[in-house]
Ligand binder design. Structure first.
Ligand code: SAH
Length: 217
């Protein structure tokens, strides 16, 4: 089989088994995961594993999230297509690409300049003109483009970073993993004017958020 067809088949299986199979069925969400070529966002030697049901290394001690976790977090943002969205922890750029399919504008921040450069080049090559990659400490958010209807952090924080709460638009949602004593919990924070409500979704495993509101080195 030609390799491109092979990846398409693997991608369809990934969506059917890992995403629909776990009860995420929003057609827009599924279309986004069916359209983004995940194999291009992983290291060359990991390409054969790009559609497997787990996270993969992307260099610099970082990982691209398991497809299902990326889908779950995206789904929790409840995007309808006209939002301005922030992602903290660009990594490979894969999650940003998915968000780019589902929101109007995506700002994504990465602390490791090499990862940001790689992701930016790939997103540009694939034509994701609405995804903007920035280098910096995303635990501080990205004030220049705030407020955001949705914020997604792809690295675990010791507690919810205050700047991310402040940069949420009224009615907006922040989805992120928070470190507990024994495990990490995926949380959703919703803003209603100056009131914030929090709910815990499930337990997860993410790499650490560094920076001012993360773990300082
Ligand atoms: N969403 C990514 C997965 C990212 S892994 C993907 O789809 O591939 C988490 C990323 O967060 C890593 O690349 C790490 O370098 C980055 N990171 C950690 N702390 C950060 C911070 N304070 N600001 C920005 N990025 C950070």
């Amino acid at each position: 089989m030609n390799p491109e067809t092979d990846y398409e088949v693997k991608r369809r299986h990934m969506v059917a088994e890992q995403i629909v199979g776990r009860e995420l069925t929003d057609p827009r969400l599924l279309a986004a995961f069916e359209s983004v070529p995940r194999q291009l966002f992983v290291l060359d030697e990991q390409r054969p594993h790009a559609y497997e049901d787990h996270a993969l290394p992307i260099g610099f001690g970082q990982t691209i999230s398991q497809p299902y976790i990326a889908a779950l977090m995206t789904n929790l943002l409840e995007l309808n297509g006209d939002e301005n969205v922030l992602e903290v922890g660009t990594g490979s750029g894969y999650q940003a690409a998915i968000l780019g399919r589902l929101a109007r504008e995506v700002h994504t921040i990465e602390l490791v300049p090499e990862l940001a450069a790689r992701a930016e080049a790939l997103l540009k090559e694939l034509g994701f003109d609405n995804v903007h990659v920035h280098v910096g400490d995303g635990s501080l958010g990205w004030l220049e483009a705030a407020p955001y209807a949705g914020i997604l952090a792809a690295a675990v924080a010791p507690q919810v970073p205050q700047p991310l709460l402040e940069q949420l638009a009224d009615g907006g949602r922040l989805v992120l993993p928070i470190a507990g004593r024994r495990r990490q919990l995926l949380e959703v924070w919703s803003r209603n004017e100056e009131t914030y409500s929090r709910r815990v979704v499930t337990s997860v495993a993410f790499v650490s958020l560094r920076g001012e509101y993360g773990w300082k080195k």
